[in-house]
Design a protein around this ligand. Sequence first.
Ligand SMILES: Cc1cc2nc3c(=O)[nH]c(=O)nc-3n(C[C@H](O)[C@H](O)[C@H](O)COP(=O)(O)OP(=O)(O)OC[C@H]3O[C@@H](n4cnc5c(N)ncnc54)[C@H](O)[C@@H]3O)c2cc1C
Length: 499
Amino acid sequence: MKNHMKNHMINHMKKTDYLIIGAGIAGLATALHINKANLGNVLVITKGELKQANTYWAQGGIAAVMTKEDRFVKHINDTLEAGANHNNRDAVRHLVENAPKAIRFLESLGVKFKKEPALEGGHSEARIWRTSDFTGQDVLDQLIKAVQKAKNIEVQENADAIELIVDKDTCKGVYVRNVNGEEIVPILAKKTVLATGGLGQLFAKTSNTKAAAGDGLALAVNAGLELSDLEFIQFHPTAFDKYDDGRYFLLSETLRGFGAKVVNSKGERFLEEYDKRAELAPRDIVTRAIYFESMNGKVFLDMHHLDAKAVRNRFPNIAKRLKQYGFDLAKNLIPITPIAHFSCGGIPVNLQGATKLAGLYAVGEVANSKVHGANRLASNALLEGLVFGEVIAKAFEKNKEVDKGIELDENIVLNTPKIVIESLPQVKAYAKRIQQIMWERAGIVRNMDGLKLALKEITEIPARDYRIQHRQIVCYKLIQACLHRSQSLGCHYIANELT
Ligand SMILES: Cc1cc2nc3c(=O)[nH]c(=O)nc-3n(C[C@H](O)[C@H](O)[C@H](O)COP(=O)(O)OP(=O)(O)OC[C@H]3O[C@@H](n4cnc5c(N)ncnc54)[C@H](O)[C@@H]3O)c2cc1C
């Protein structure tokens, strides 16, 4: 297919008071809180269909202090310890103290949490609230229902945000391409919120959905913003080792919490050689151990020593999914691999969710309020979207009189971006090349020479398609961030550290 560049026609300009880019937990929670405060019209756009979000795939649950034994200070300290104290303490305190309210908000929408909380790695108390072993699906379903019921919220699917509209140093909305066509539509907004999620798809092995390619980060960079803490990519130790529809199926940490063992190709446990906590050691330690052991052969998750009925009862959805691949969770050795899972850094935001560009806010995995520091504590990510979504709505509420007076000037959108759309096989080939480079040279174990080579290789990819150029921008920033941190910290691991 021929490449083509067009100065695309502006056909259906749209206007809204509040524009939310992304329909995961962060975007939808923000929309619902704005709606509740009755501030004006909200438009939520999403690149694919509504459920194409990492939120949908979350398994474990949401952390919140809600039992007599637990204390906010414990959750705060657990978060800081996981984050290697690279966190912003005020952001952490806000997250933790507002977590019970976030759970009640979801309950008010119809999410039914189990009565007893679960324990996960890094938490000093059982405080993970879950509905099932597919908590994300249950939560997203209720958020979608609530959004669809809300009078002032409109949702638009298949709308790919490609460039922010910036005028007089202020964000005034975004240009959007319908994913099935070439037409570019400007959406003007008084306030714009980036909620585009993570970047796992920049790596060859990831638990993330196809939509998680760091788009929001590229949009921010192209609008002149800096990114921060991008080197802190959390790699999860245990995904089912089979590439399927663009991603790897996660095998939740709670399996190990329940007694699953990790064994090598000889059927021997080996994690104790790396850390005495073995299967329950922090994520990054288990990840590296499996990564090194994989060099000698396959690594497996083993639950056959546990009561089979109890395993299937506790993890019905995971067991069902594995059965589709011909594996019995309770009886078979399940082949596993570490994968890229979560981006701790992102677009710097203050404690109101505001970026340095006036009119632009960011929330959820794309944002960096420094709540996770150098490594994220399990089950704090869904929570982040809920808590900081409300923070942004409150900031808008405070400013509502000023926002009412904003006139949206249509003349500013005449400079529609010129984009190149290359053929899909070509785009996929470039995306795959990027994933390989990032996985091999900027992945679990990094070294300075490999990172420098990665920077060169990424830059040399001769892509003209905007989707690949956006990926190149984010990878470039990510590798640069790694190069600037020559010592290991949190989930950033440098093999040959300079001392
Ligand atoms: C397999 C898995 C299991 C997890 N388990 C847990 C867990 O148990 N507990 C926990 O706290 N966290 C968990 N996490 C992390 C957590 O799910 C995510 O960090 C969180 O869901 C991110 O929410 P979000 O709203 O920021 O992004 P997402 O839910 O990923 O939503 C992003 C949205 O932005 C849209 N988008 C992206 N680019 C564009 C664009 N260019 N234009 C328009 N729209 C765009 C996407 O389509 C999507 O709608 C897990 C993650 C994965 C992948």
